[in-house]
Design a binder for this molecule. Sequence first.
Ligand SMILES: NC(=O)c1ccc[n+]([C@@H]2O[C@H](COP(=O)([O-])OP(=O)(O)OC[C@H]3O[C@@H](n4cnc5c(N)ncnc54)[C@H](OP(=O)(O)O)[C@@H]3O)[C@@H](O)[C@H]2O)c1
Length: 262
Amino acid sequence: MSWFSRLLAPPLCSDPVPLRQSMQGKVVLLTGASFGIGAALAVRLQAAGARVLLAARSEMELKQLGEHVYPLDLRDPASVDEVAAAVLRDHGGVDVVIHNAGKSIRRSLLRALDRPHDFERCMGVNYLGPVRLQLALLPSMIARGSGHIVNVSSVGVRLPPVAQWAAYLASKSAFDHWLGAAVPELRRHGIRCTSVYLGLVHTRMSAPTKEYASLPGLSADEAACVLCRALIRRPRSLAPWWLEPLHWLGPILERPLEWFPF
Ligand SMILES: NC(=O)c1ccc[n+]([C@@H]2O[C@H](COP(=O)([O-])OP(=O)(O)OC[C@H]3O[C@@H](n4cnc5c(N)ncnc54)[C@H](OP(=O)(O)O)[C@@H]3O)[C@@H](O)[C@H]2O)c1
């Protein structure tokens, strides 16, 4: 990690004890567990003694990570319903749901004129699928009077709109907003919600944007460390220190950004 990356997001994973204390014996449903941040997080949580239910489309990758494998396509409502039912049947419920699966598309509007599916796919993976999954799991969490829902989000949803990221950021913002609106009701039932706003992470997702390769960012494992911190402390939100000042500067930055096509 360069000194600049370290300044943007200091490493947080030095002591494994608090994670073990928080997660040992917990049943954790982790979406997007097959690659990137999810795979790194699965390894850490299993080492900490959690029973991690691994969900994504790539069954082979999931099987290499652990034994509780749930093939899931968030864009397919039947697949979401099936996984929710199987999880409840196999484990009786979950203590933690980590909505980590995600799809990103960076494409200019004029290159997307014949691609309405770009928007539908992002909405399916980043918003509609996670909402459907969470709705199916909520009754059991409410009955237990406890639980933790973690939304793996992006700093982009807290900043002014950026050219070319419409499909991704609109769908990530939708889930962030949905969860925010659910917080007051869920709090009354003992369910905590955390939104984690990540900056650039060097994974399969960010790799196609060549311009990002040389920018400072976290590795998948460093991002998993950030999520471990969220699981230990269960704050309402977790973000790099620089996000809040930039968020408040948003109204000032918005107009100049409209002239900057990226
Ligand atoms: N990388 C970044 O710079 C960055 C920055 C901010 C936030 N994030 C967020 O971090 C999370 C993880 O991203 P990552 O960087 O680790 O990306 P990644 O390596 O591409 O992993 C994405 C995960 O989502 C799963 N997924 C994709 N489509 C799916 C579908 N239809 N149904 C079920 N699962 C699906 C993938 O598994 P399968 O292909 O096997 O289904 C994979 O496990 C995402 O929510 C992303 O928005 C990433």
